[in-house]
Design a protein around this ligand. Structure first.
Ligand SMILES: [Zn+2]
Length: 433
């Protein structure tokens, strides 16, 4: 494929992925804005003309946006006044201060403070049903964050969530993290419950991070390459679709300069505009609940099956096999649903979770792959690969730590609880999803 993440001119499909840079990106990340306002500004920027003609009352005055932006930037400067910029995590008044790599660009500000978990919190997690762990953890963190932050942990990006857990662990527990992993060379043939787990120590102080601004630079290089390979006719067409008019005069370097990682990410496909955003931690919980609901009837049915034949062992085996299959389908759907929840509006109209899933499923496969690739292309947060050596077979593998970290392992639990809880499906799919 010539343009792996941005394929503007496939003759039959009319597929075009546009990364639109919102001028009011800082306003959108403003934690002081209400949810409702946020949606309005999204719609506003999404299709200004339509919004203005159809619904007078949801127009955001550009002057107001400017004012909000200034206010926000001022606030950021003030909070940052006495903060060492080069420190990612540090102790302040018995809390851990975390400087996020997303730099306030989404729903979470540059900096948050977290208290340590209480004994009750730890008990709560240890006693959680596997299906509820992630949700309970989010609720706990909502109580541990500085009260004036006015954020919801469920609105964190996956990367922000990991940085939070790592920060708390380093500050209050230990920077030496025992990472559990399963060798793909010698353990892949075993059932989950029979697999032997390796433990490798990782010093969390040595992790490498990439800020979203550094990721911007990489993305610009990438787009520059794509634009340079286009013919001038192709580039013109790309611009016409981006701006929805042929009246905008622009150059490659101007377009490259405008690129930074932001939301929404728009897909223009068959005369429709689809708007995507990054996955939030809350999406994972939501996706898990939807999948659970979808399969609960079928699971109950199988579990309640009465024996007809005479062979009890065979009957039990079949039943277990059926249950396993349903759980696998449920896990697959959870991944699909959490991806679907990155799609939040079509032609400027916000979608509810069921509509997201419906629309996402109906996207042509190639468009779906483009979006997945596009999200994979953007890298910020923990960015490091390490070599892990299996103590059982001696095989060594390179693995990405961002995808490897399991939130459960970062909690102050004893080894047995960690082993038990890390099998939670909602937590497993969360990694690298
Ligand atoms: Zn091995």
């Amino acid at each position: 494929m010539a343009y792996p993440y941005l394929t503007p001119f496939k003759k039959n499909e009319h597929l075009n992925i546009l990364l639109i840079i919102k001028q009011d990106a800082t306003v959108k990340g403003d934690i002081y804005m209400t949810k409702e306002k946020e949606v309005k500004s999204e719609i506003h920027s999404f299709d200004e003309e339509n919004v203005q003609s159809e619904e007078e009352d949801i127009i955001v005055n550009p002057d107001d946006i400017e004012k909000e932006k200034e206010k926000h930037q001022k606030e950021i400067k003030e909070t940052h006044f006495d903060i060492p910029d080069d420190m990612k995590y540090y102790n302040r008044g018995n809390t851990v201060a975390i400087n996020y790599e997303t730099m306030g660009r989404f729903n979470i500000p540059y900096l948050l403070y977290f208290d340590d978990y209480t004994i009750d919190d730890v008990n709560n997690i240890t006693l959680s049903r596997q299906d509820d762990i992630l949700e309970n953890l989010i609720a706990i963190l909502n109580n541990r964050v500085n009260k004036d932050a006015n954020i919801r942990v469920e609105d964190m990006l996956i990367e922000e969530f990991l940085e939070t857990l790592i920060g708390i662990k380093m500050q209050f527990n230990t920077p030496l993290h025992k990472h559990m992993w399963v060798c793909s060379n010698c353990q892949s043939d075993f059932d989950d419950s029979d697999q032997q787990v390796n433990e490798t120590e990782i010093d969390l102080r040595t992790l490498k991070y990439i800020s979203i601004e550094e990721a911007d630079v990489e993305l610009r290089k990438y787009y520059k390459g794509i634009f340079d390979r286009m013919t001038s006719e192709e580039f013109k067409q790309w611009c016409n679709e981006k701006y929805q008019t042929d009246k905008v005069k622009t150059t490659i370097s101007e377009e490259v300069a405008k690129i930074s990682i932001g939301e929404p990410i728009k897909l223009y496909l068959n005369e429709h505009f689809y708007a995507f955003r990054f996955n939030r931690v809350g999406d994972i919980v939501k996706a898990h609940r939807i999948a659970q609901k979808k399969y609960s009837g079928r699971l109950k049915q199988v579990k309640n099956k009465r024996m007809h034949g005479k062979n009890l062992v065979e009957f039990k085996e079949n039943k277990e096999e059926e249950i396993k299959k349903i759980r696998e389908m449920q896990a697959k759907d959870t991944v699909l649903f959490s991806r679907a929840l990155t799609l939040f509006s079509k032609d400027g109209v916000e979608l509810n979770p069921n509509q997201c899933i419906e629309e996402y499923r109906n996207l042509p496969r190639v468009a779906m792959m483009e979006m997945i690739n596009f999200f994979n292309k953007i890298k910020f947060g923990i960015q490091e690969e390490r070599e892990f050596e299996c103590t059982l077979c001696g095989n060594s593998e390179r693995r990405s730590l961002q995808q490897e970290f399991n939130p459960i392992e970062l909690l102050p639990l004893d080894t047995d609880s960690t082993r038990k809880l890390r099998k939670s499906p909602s937590v497993n799919i969360f990694i690298g999803a």
